[in-house]
Design a protein around this ligand. Structure first.
Ligand code: ADP
Ligand code: MG
Length: 726
């Protein structure tokens, strides 16, 4: 069983909080009840809460716990409680006042405010209300009584006044007014007061919990107990408390990170102990492939293959990420990994995100497969009818060793005789569910999985989003790669660029010309590409081709083939020239409206050139003026080709989720742990989790039991379930 154990993506819990299959301890149930069980939250407000709370995937109605993790962004400090004579206009104060006299706005004059004059021993002040409901004010401020009033005090001519006080409370209810009021992210219709009231109730629902962190660790950092931390974040004792750098918040952030890392570690361990099969071939097929290669493998290709072979030979299932920058040569590694399966008498599959790529893979692989005696076949959405049936039946009988394809491989009638290795290319385009679906194609659900990605994912992101994968990296570029000279060029210089392209074409160059991503409000991608295509045709004639998503598969293939064969010199394309396309002779990449692309995407596109013997160029055409982020991106592209540096910068410029296509893969963000110093905390949590499981693999010690509670609290229920299976 492969599960996506991540903090926040536990099984969907019904909004009423009734556990269906979860074994969550009953004392946590009040936290997982619907937020509607909080006083003041009804059917209308629950909808507003839903809008502004970050709910984990699968949760449709906010629960108390979601309110608890809705962290404040600041505080309003009402602790200044001066006498009127000493109050500083323009500041927030809390005053003890005697109500003197009401001066309602005259009937029919809605512009004039309702005034209530109050006093203390040192002076007077007018409380001002516009559009006030008279009854309400009369009730709130009975003449002759004492009231505590809090809000911003102003000077108006000679008089002090306060418009619409935030709080007016009687002496008995004084404790209800927070002197340090946390401020929450809100949405229209949801007031700060309601959010505050809900948060306070949520805090009260938190039962006294056993300590799951090590005492010495807490002491060293001066971190409070969990219960105290939760209280202090929502009922700050100091303005500093509500800061994500404060120890209260940091402690909670660490709890969240530890829960996630512990869940990952559990899944990882479970995978390893799950009985898999030992796949070890005699190496014969791999030898033949190697002999047929026109090059020798790079050092990192060889070591990645070693790691993969070890995984496959071990009695547990492989789940490995092969990470290598564009052009680093992942395909050969994939083929070798699949060859191991075939050597062991089983089958393998390679799945690509698009049809163009699937076809390209099979073309790359075909000559090598021939040389090594491997029987390969292609299955995409385009194989239909008889042809498809033929593939399926040969697959079922084992007459096909390696099947290459697209999403079509997921379909339920695709049955392998014995699928032992599945390779998934460019994984960030697939979701976790698809990964699982492919895996289940193996007869015993014990298929080994190799995931390949060209997106260089920084280590910290890997840990949080892919904690359950082992990683191999291709760090070297194959020998003979040329650097790609990259330049950002304003659109006004288009003609000069075209002159340079002309010179290059005469020397045998080939050009990718990528047209802009266009927002729907403007003309479509296609129209822009067609326009550029027409323009370039006028200049360069028949040697210009056009590739876009609206073409049929066959038309796309023909165009790609014509470009690969050199019949077309310039290929104008929308972004359908996918990651992974390989035409070594192409040496110029022009990207229009480069300012609209993300860094990772620009890097991927640039990776299409620099694969052959020619000097290569990447021209980033932009429309001035550039925004700050766009400028930083283009500058980064000019400065480096290092995929890792680019990924780190990308992360800095736009946050992690997008790099991974988080929305697609269901990877969670953090609710609490978006804090300064998170990387260090994460590293610590990672090591901590490993250590915990070493010492107490079944979490049976007192701390182990407490850690189970932590896992439930952060909704890693699936991970806890692994214990019961064991
Ligand atoms: P990617 O990692 O982007 O998928 P590919 O597997 O498509 O890269 O490889 C890019 C190109 O590099 C291909 O033409 C491939 O044949 C070639 N290649 C792969 N490994 C080597 C190597 N060790 N030496 C030289 N060329 C290589
Ligand atoms: Mg590739």
């Amino acid at each position: 069983m492969l599960i996506a154990a991540t903090n926040g993506s536990g099984p969907a819990t019904p909004a009423n909080g009734e556990p269906n299959s979860t074994m969550r301890p009953a004392f946590l149930n009040p936290l997982f009840a619907s937020a509607q069980t909080l006083a003041g939250i009804g059917p209308r407000l629950i909808l507003l809460l839903k809008k502004c709370l970050a709910l984990p995937p699968g949760v449709s109605e906010p629960r108390v716990i979601d309110v608890l993790w809705h962290m404040p962004t600041g505080v309003i400090d009402r602790r200044s409680q001066p006498e009127l004579a000493a109050a500083v206009p323009g500041t927030i104060v809390t005053l003890e006042l005697r109500v003197l006299k009401h001066k309602p706005s005259p009937r029919g004059n809605t512009k004039a405010p309702y005034k209530v004059t109050c006093e203390d021993d040192t002076g007077r002040i007018d409380l001002i209300f516009f559009h006030a409901e008279h009854k309400f004010i009369e009730r709130q401020l009975p003449e002759g009584e004492i009231r505590y009033v809090s809000g911003r005090i102003e000077r108006y001519g000679e008089r002090l006044q306060m418009s619409h006080p935030d709080y007016i409370v009687s002496p008995e209810a004084r404790h209800e007014m927070p002197l340090l009021e946390p401020v929450y992210p809100l949405t229209a219709g949801l007031s700060g007061k309601i959010a505050l009231k809900a948060a306070r109730q949520a805090v009260e629902r938190v039962p006294e919990l056993p300590e799951w962190q090590e005492a010495s660790w807490l002491e060293a950092r001066d971190w409070p107990k969990f219960n105290e931390a939760v209280v202090r974040v929502h009922r700050p004792g100091d303005a500093q408390d509500v800061s994500n750098g404060a120890m209260f918040w940091q402690r909670l952030a660490y709890d969240e990170l530890l829960a996630g890392q512990l869940a990952f570690a559990l899944v990882r361990r479970n995978l390893k102990t799950e009985r898999g099969r030992r796949l070890s071939g005699n190496g014969k097929i791999r030898e033949k492939i190697a002999a047929a290669l026109p090059f020798s493998l790079t050092g990192s290709q060889t070591s990645a293959l070693g790691e993969i072979a070890d995984d496959l030979a071990a009695p547990h299932r492989m789940l490995r990420l092969l990470q290598g920058d564009v052009g680093s040569g992942k395909t050969v590694v994939a083929l070798m990994a699949m060859a191991v399966a075939v050597e062991a008498g089983a089958q393998a599959a390679l799945m690509a995100p698009t049809e163009v790529l699937a076809r390209q893979h099979i073309e790359t692989i075909a000559p090598l497969a021939d040389a090594a005696g491997l029987r390969i076949a292609l299955l995409t959405g385009r194989e239909k009818g008889k042809a498809r049936e033929a593939v399926l039946s040969r697959l079922a009988t084992g007459e096909i060793d390696i099947l290459v394809g697209t999403h079509a491989l997921f379909q339920s009638d695709v049955q392998f005789r014995d699928l032992a290795v599945a390779v998934i290319d460019e994984q960030h385009r697939f979701g976790v569910h698809q990964r699982m679906a492919l895996q289940s194609k193996g007869s015993n659900g014990d298929t080994n999985v190799l995931v390949m990605t060209a997106t260089p994912i920084p280590r910290t992101l890997l840990m949080t989003h892919y904690g359950d994968l082992d990683v191999s990296k291709l760090t070297e570029k194959p020998a003979g790669r040329k650097p790609v000279v990259t330049k950002a060029v304003p659109l006004e210089l288009l003609e000069r660029l075209i002159d340079r392209v002309r010179v290059q074409l005469e020397e045998g160059a080939q050009v990718y010309w990528v047209c802009p991503l266009i927002e729907t409000s403007e003309i479509s991608d296609l129209a822009a590409a067609e326009e550029r295509f027409a323009y370039l045709r006028q200049i360069f004639g028949e040697s210009v081709g056009l590739l876009h998503g609206g073409l049929t598969g066959k038309e796309k293939d023909e165009t790609m083939a014509a470009f690969a064969a050199g019949h077309l010199k310039i290929l104008v394309a929308t972004t359908v020239i996918e990651v992974g396309v390989n035409v070594p002779n192409a040496n110029i990449m022009v990207i229009e409206h480069a300012e609209r692309f993300g860094l990772a995407q620009l890097h991927q596109l640039r990776g299409r050139v620099g694969r052959g013997t020619r000097e290569s160029f990447c021209m980033l055409l932009y429309k001035a003026p550039l925004g700050e982020t766009a400028e930083a991106r283009l500058k980064m592209m000019e400065e480096t080709e290092d995929g890792f540096k680019i990924a780190e910068k990308d992360l800095e410029l736009r946050g992690g989720g997008e790099i991974l296509g988080a929305r697609q893969s269901g990877a969670p963000g953090f609710r609490i742990a978006e804090v300064p110093g998170r990387e260090a905390l994460l590293e610590a949590a990672h090591d901590d989790a490993e250590l915990i499981l070493q010492k107490d693999p079944n979490l049976v010690s007192a701390r182990g039991q407490a850690l189970r509670t932590l896992l439930y609290l952060f909704e890693c229920d699936e991970a806890v379930r692994l214990f019961r299976a064991a």
